[in-house]
Design a protein around this ligand. Structure first.
Ligand SMILES: NC(=O)c1ccc[n+]([C@@H]2O[C@H](COP(=O)([O-])OP(=O)(O)OC[C@H]3O[C@@H](n4cnc5c(N)ncnc54)[C@H](O)[C@@H]3O)[C@@H](O)[C@H]2O)c1
Length: 437
């Protein structure tokens, strides 16, 4: 199959590379000239484990290429995927669909007959109808179908998720589009990945419902962590205890500083906006959004309370800035609210992140970036672990205790235990554990 990806960000690039790895011919398009120039030189514009090798192999095999020229790239495609950004619109939280609609217009002008245009971006229910209307208006005589195929990959594990998905959701009621989509995903179908065909509207909603549900799960365990701190329980035991129940499941039950990233914050807001537009309030999701915002801000108070003194001009060390490990994505990372709160109290933040510092620098102009974890701890009033990178899981805690001005470890991801910290001479505060508050 000849596939064109419009948008070569986390989703477009990973999906394009994986489709080419299945044997399809793929062109990844982006209007960001610098991004395409980098990709043409074999340099990845994002950090994603395994991506560089997969791209190099498929470029070498002649199945994958990159272009700025949308018009010529869609001309002979069997399927054109829209994988452009859908950030929150300023003011009302609705998904900003301007990139999607702009792409649809450009595609309609150049695509040939018998092509399926597939929306892979996360878009509110009904967007497929509007994309179809735009295309029909510009190209009334062409045989083009519009399908929805939401993407569920996780940054940091994107290739594995794409190649071994829990399910593939395809929203179309059109037999020709269905056939093309089946052919595109045949390699996964042969691997027994379930393909769920639904209406286009249902497919669009499945994506938002999934993310809202996962955000709810995280927020639920975070609130249980607060309760554990108040009454003397251990949230990790609670998570194990409830997660062992198959009806609940053990994933997404890790208490932490609140969810962030490029999807959950904006997708929960966009879902609420849709609910508002259709006068069907989603009270659970509303509470989740509020609780998560409060939690992110509360993390700075938690750190300051643990230190317990005036922080003006004093150093705090931070390990991890990205919203989760194995990505360089800083969008809506909990570290941003935490750092803001600490800086408001006068603290001077020194930070280290294995991959996120290039993205973080412009967002955090007052932070001093170090090139390794131990420098962050030197003469600091506390060391705070914000993101659970593997590189932070086996730190020399004794050395850290010696470097810190005050031997205080705030572990917002519970990757150490109080006993381990104590043995090294550190005072320990985790999340949702006895003595954690
Ligand atoms: N990042 C994730 O983990 C993830 C997972 C599942 C779904 N999604 C969804 O997928 C979509 C894309 O997300 P992303 O993280 O890959 O975004 P991104 O910002 O990393 O990439 C989007 C790319 O599209 C390009 N672009 C925008 N308009 C264009 C146009 N008209 N022509 C060509 N290129 C254009 C941009 O330059 C950018 O490179 C969003 O709707 C997002 O919600 C993201």
């Amino acid at each position: 199959m000849r596939i064109t990806m419009i948008g070569s960000g986390y989703v477009g690039l990973v999906s394009g590379a994986c489709f080419s790895d299945f044997g399809h011919n793929v062109i990844c398009v982006d209007h960001d000239q610098e991004k395409i120039a980098l990709l043409q030189k074999g340099v990845m514009p994002i950090y994603e484990p395994g991506l560089a090798d997969m791209v190099a192999n498929n470029v070498k095999a002649g199945r994958l290429s990159f272009s700025n020229d949308l018009a010529s790239s869609v001309k002979n495609a069997d399927a054109v995927f829209i994988a452009v950004g859908t950030p929150s619109r300023r003011g009302d939280g609705h998904a900003d669909l301007s990139y999607v609609f702009a792409a649809a217009k450009e595609i309609a002008a150049s695509v040939s007959d018998n092509t399926v245009v597939v929306d892979k971006s996360t878009v509110p229910v009904g967007t497929g109808d509007e994309v179809e209307r735009i295309i029909r208006e510009i190209a009334p005589d062409k045989k083009i179908w519009v399908a929805s195929n939401p993407e569920f990959l996780r940054e940091g594990a994107a290739i594995g998720d794409f190649k071994r998905p829990d399910r593939i959701v395809i929203g179309t009621e059109n037999p020709e589009a269905r056939e093309i989509m089946q052919e595109i995903y045949r390699p996964l179908y042969l691997n027994q990945s379930p393909i769920l065909f639904t209406s286009r509207r249902s497919a669009e909603l499945i994506k938002y419902a999934s993310n809202a549900f996962l955000a709810t799960k995280i927020t639920f365990i975070n609130e249980m962590a607060d309760l554990c701190e108040a009454v003397g329980g251990d949230v990790q035991d609670i998570a194990r205890g409830i997660g062992a129940d198959n009806r609940i499941g053990s994933k997404f039950l890790h208490a932490g500083p609140g969810y962030g990233g490029s999807c959950f914050p904006k997708d929960t807001l966009a879902l609420l906006k849709t609910a508002e537009n259709f006068a069907t309030p989603l009270r659970v999701v509303e509470s989740v959004v509020t609780a998560n915002n409060i939690r992110k801000r509360a993390m700075a108070r938690k750190v300051l309370q643990a230190i317990g003194k005036d922080m003006r001009g004093q150093k705090i060390g931070l390990l991890g800035l990205t919203f989760k490990p194995n990505t360089d994505d800083m969008r809506d990372a909990p570290s941003l609210a935490l750092i803001q709160g600490l800086e408001d109290a006068g603290a001077i933040i020194h930070a280290y992140d294995p991959e996120g510092m290039t993205q973080a620098r412009p967002l955090l102009p007052n932070v001093i970036f170090e090139d390794e974890p131990y420098k962050v701890a030197e003469k600091a009033e506390a060391l705070v672990i914000v993101t659970e990178w593997d590189a932070f899981r086996a730190l020399d805690l004794k050395r850290i205790a010696g470097l810190l001005k005050t031997p205080l470890l705030l572990d917002l991801r519970n990757i150490y235990t109080e006993e381990e910290a104590k043995k090294a001479g550190l005072v320990y505060h985790g999340i949702g554990r006895p003595n954690a508050g």
